[in-house]
Design a protein around this ligand. Structure first.
Ligand SMILES: Nc1nc2c(ncn2[C@@H]2O[C@H](COP(=O)(O)OP(=O)(O)OP(=O)(O)O)[C@@H](O)[C@H]2O)c(=O)[nH]1
Length: 390
């Protein structure tokens, strides 16, 4: 009786969360983060438990074969969903149908050759192996593509290890005690269903939390970047600076403000979209030239910022000159029809500053230096309050 109530609750949880995953996946246009796969996994497992309730106990019937195939297909759907969540493009239907077809055939073969105990033991053994594969994937994920989700992944790995261990234990019980191990009201089965019901309650909200984390991280990333060049925008630069200056090892930073020379002429001569190509080219040069850890951003129009962290005046002068010269010399293949374009930049450099709140003042300083550079003929670098360097 207890086991029947537990399985009933388990079915209800699985079905409700299947609908919730499906609804969430409908809201996530394009990148569904595996939510539709998790919905399928829950649906398959929910249906399997409904069939188990209908069957009552171990039996050799079409219903039982379908039940076992659904039970085994569900962890496959979860595993594929996890792959999707981590950005791997894996299909759903083909692997699921292949697993269901192969496992149904294997069941018939095992039932006829080795008997019913072997068929039930095969389900427990295969489930244990699949969940073990999932634990291995999660551990691998923590070390590679999911480093940012360390705590969550360890939590998932522990929960899945529990199902893996219970299935392995069930396998051993079946091998030693036969089908008696599957009595619905046996103490092992009750523990098994309690664990599964707890898992069906805890795991789905955790998955939703992961999706929420990914979405908010993505939104924060979008809010911090200029959509055209993908460089940091002013907000992104400020946040990155705050992070840098919060560290105890932080030393004063220098700000370089770059402005494309006669950019209006480029726009007027070749059109706005070629102007955009030139801006993307400049962004690419900046991205390639700055040191790891330095910040590159676009603060609107044809104005760019580079913030050198952890560098002295000489290093900053060298970087500014390297940027100026790279932009001057690199050709831009902006059109199919005409010769490649060239552009130059004038660079204003601020004096060293400490603290994100000093960003505005550093920008003003660099802007004044830039203005001087423009007045002095463009395509040059100029320090704030200093003589012309080149
Ligand atoms: N293609 C393109 N043009 C832009 C964008 N943002 C601003 N502009 C144009 O950039 C031009 C900037 O011109 P100005 O401020 O006169 O400066 P300039 O022609 O570069 O002259 P100097 O800075 O004095 O060398 C304007 O024509 C703006 O319309 C953009 O995102 N894309």
């Amino acid at each position: 009786m207890v086991a029947t109530v537990l399985v009933g609750m388990l079915c209800t949880h699985l079905m409700c969360f299947s609908v919730m995953f499906w609804l969430v996946s409908k809201r996530l246009h394009g990148k569904k983060m595996g939510m539709n796969f998790f919905a399928m996994g829950n649906l398959l497992l929910g249906c399997a438990y409904v069939l188990q309730l209908a069957e009552g106990g171990p039996a050799w019937s079409l219903m039982s074969v379908v039940n076992h195939s659904l039970t085994l297909a569900s962890p496959v759907a979860y595993w594929l969903g996890a792959m999707r969540f981590f950005g791997h493009s894996v299909p759903l239907w083909r692997p699921l149908l292949a697993v269901a077809a192969l496992y149904s055939a294997a069941q018939v073969l095992v039932q006829w050759s080795l008997g019913p105990v072997a068929r039930y033991a095969m389900l427990s053994g295969m489930s244990a192996l699949l969940f073990l594969a999932m634990v291995v994937t999660v551990v691998y994920g923590v070390r590679t593509f999911a480093k940012d989700l360390y705590a969550e992944m360890v939590f998932f790995a522990l929960l899945i290890t529990g199902i893996c261990a219970l299935n392995a234990f069930k396998f051993m019980k079946l091998m030693h005690g036969g089908l008696d191990a599957l009595r619905m009201d046996g103490s092992f089965q009750v523990v098994f269903y309690i664990y599964m019901t707890s898992l069906a309650t805890v795991l789905p909200p955790s998955i939703i939390w992961l999706v929420l984390r990914r979405l908010t991280d993505e939104l924060r990333g979008i809010a911090a970047r200029d959509p055209m060049t993908q460089l940091l925008n002013r907000r992104g630069l400020t946040e990155a600076l705050q992070l840098y200056f919060n560290s105890r090892k932080a030393v004063p930073a220098h700000l370089l403000m770059l402005d494309v020379d006669h950019f209006k002429r480029i726009n007027d001569t070749y059109g706005h979209h070629i102007g955009d190509t030139v801006l993307c080219h400049v962004a690419e040069v900046l991205r390639g030239a700055v040191r790891r850890g330095d910040l590159a951003g676009r603060i609107g129009g044809e104005e760019f910022l580079v913030i050198c962290l952890d560098s002295d005046m000489q290093g900053v002068s060298h970087l500014a000159e390297r940027l100026r010269s790279a932009i001057e010399t690199q050709a831009i293949a902006a059109t199919d029809w005409g010769p490649p374009l060239h552009c130059t930049v004038t660079i204003g450099i601020s004096s060293p500053f400490s603290g994100a709140e000093a960003l505005e003042a550093a920008m003003r300083e660099a802007d004044e230096a830039l203005y001087r550079g423009k007045a002095a003929g463009r395509n040059r670098t100029e320090w704030a309050g200093h003589a012309l360097i080149s």
